[in-house]
Write a protein that binds this ligand. Structure first.
Ligand code: CAO
Length: 417
């Protein structure tokens, strides 16, 4: 078998729910040995959440815990604490996303972990960084709101909106994974471990930094590329909700396509990129627009975006979203169909690249999951099903702690595993 990029790296995975598991799943795809520590008899709460098949691990769990091994262990039990200490000695990285202080309450503070293993990289996700809210428990949508995303998402004049993309959870998990591999790299020359911390609020803000850009641009005048400017709606003090306006300097909108009356996803995103303006005029049957004084430059077009896009929409409504793609792509006009999750699940090219993968599970049978979106030519990710609760407890205890079958039995009797 080919060696993987992170082969030999041992991860003590204390994560649960989504943010932490996203991170450790990535590390597992890159070849790390990820040992998921779960509470005996209970496990990660998501195993039982949003179940579609009674009694079986939920898709919520199975889609976030591929390629990991599961050990049940209670570090609060005195014998469990000894095993946990041994695992800290043996591993390179420990990852957790418990509520603030939970690991300290288990008796394993950062200071204690460093004492046990000075080379340990200790990585954690919390909702907020140090400050007024550092003790708060945080879920996805709270992070989206506190990170500035919700105030800038949605339609102008309507309520703030959270997005379907899990930028708070999975976004933070991604940031954490980068922090871990960076710390692993630094350890190769420093010889020391370190602490890696990511706050969900910070990660969300990092992903919507263009909105903080616009906040500062507002001090110097209106944001001319926002539709509201063309509509004569004055700006307030803060970056407004931009609807479906394009985030960059090239105006774009979501437009109806053939079938929109019955299909909620019969839409396309259409960008009137300046460089292809002439082609846009031609393709929508308005070649005269190219000479029209009102539309001559991108700047001149800004106050007329409603007229421009409603005319383009009259054209897109005569085509399916895929026909729009087929016609515009060869002309370099940037468009994108609004794909439903059903269409994504059935998309052949996503299957071919391993981005959408079918996996077989002993309890639930076949299910789809999202594979590694980061493709390494020398370290391809083979997606393996998520582990059953405690499936690898005995193996890991023997391998990492050299414990005999008899001792495993007594550990089990004591509730430590
Ligand atoms: N054995 C024994 N006890 C265990 C255990 C194990 N293997 N694993 C966890 N526990 C215990 C913890 O020690 C903790 O106990 P105490 O509260 O008595 O110290 C308890 O389980 C629950 O931990 P929690 O407070 O983290 O869990 P919660 O369900 O109440 O909160 C969440 C969930 C996500 C809000 C919280 O963990 C959090 O804010 N995490 C940080 C931010 C985060 O990652 N949010 C993303 C959520 S979605 O990805």
């Amino acid at each position: 078998m080919e060696a993987k990029a992170l082969e030999g790296v041992k991860i003590l995975d204390m994560t649960h729910v989504q943010s932490g598991p996203t991170c450790t799943q990535l590390l597992a795809w890159f070849g790390a040995d990820v040992i998921k520590v779960e509470r005996p008899g209970v496990g990660d709460a998501t195993r039982g959440q949003l179940r579609d098949i009674p009694g079986e691990d939920s898709l919520y769990f199975t889609m976030l815990n591929s390629n990991k091994r599961s050990i049940t262990l209670n570090p609060k039990n005195p014998q469990g604490a000894k095993i946990f200490t041994k695992l800290i000695e043996e591993c390179d990285v420990m990852v957790e996303n418990f509520a603030p202080g939970a690991l300290d309450r288990m008796g394993f503070s950062w200071e204690k972990i460093q004492e046990i293993n000075p080379k340990m990289i200790y990585a954690s996700v919390k909702g907020f960084g140090p400050g007024a809210y550092e003790d708060c428990k945080v879920y996805e949508n709270v992070a989206q709101c506190a990170g500035g995303s919700a105030s800038t998402t949605g339609m102008l004049g309507e309520v703030p909106m959270v997005t379907g993309a899990q930028i708070g959870d999975s976004g933070t998990g991604l940031h954490l994974a980068l922090g871990i591999v960076t710390a692993l790299f630094q350890r190769t020359h420093s010889g020391k471990g370190q602490r890696v911390e990511t706050a969900m609020q910070d990660s969300v803000l990092n992903l919507c930094r263009v909105k903080l850009r616009d906040q500062q641009r507002l001090n110097h005048g209106p944001l001319k590329e926002y539709s509201q400017h063309g509509e004569g709606i004055p700006f307030g003090e803060a970056t407004p909700r931009a609807g479906n306006d394009s985030g960059g300097g090239q105006p774009g909108r979501i437009l109806k396509c053939k079938g929109w009356e019955t299909d909620p996803n019969a839409y396309t995103y259409f960008i009137t990129q300046a460089a292809v303006w002439e082609k846009v005029c031609q393709v929508i049957g308005k070649p005269e627009w190219f000479e029209d004084e009102r539309f001559k430059t991108p700047e001149l077009r800004l106050p007329h975006l409603n007229e421009i896009f409603s005319t383009i929409e009259s054209w897109t409504m005569t085509k399916t979203k895929f026909e729009v793609m087929d016609i515009c792509n060869p002309l370099d006009i940037p468009v994108g169909p609004i794909l439903s999750m059903k269409e994504i699940a059935e998309d052949e090219s996503l299957r071919n690249t391993g981005t959408v993968v079918e996996v077989d599970h002993p309890g639930r049978g076949k299910y789809l999951t999202v594979g590694n979106p980061i493709k390494l030519s020398d370290s391809p990710a083979d997606v393996k099903r998520s582990p059953l609760l405690g499936e690898h407890t005995d193996d890991i205890l023997k391998e990492y702690c050299k414990i005999s079958d008899d001792d495993i039995k007594s550990l089990r009797d004591s509730g430590a595993i």
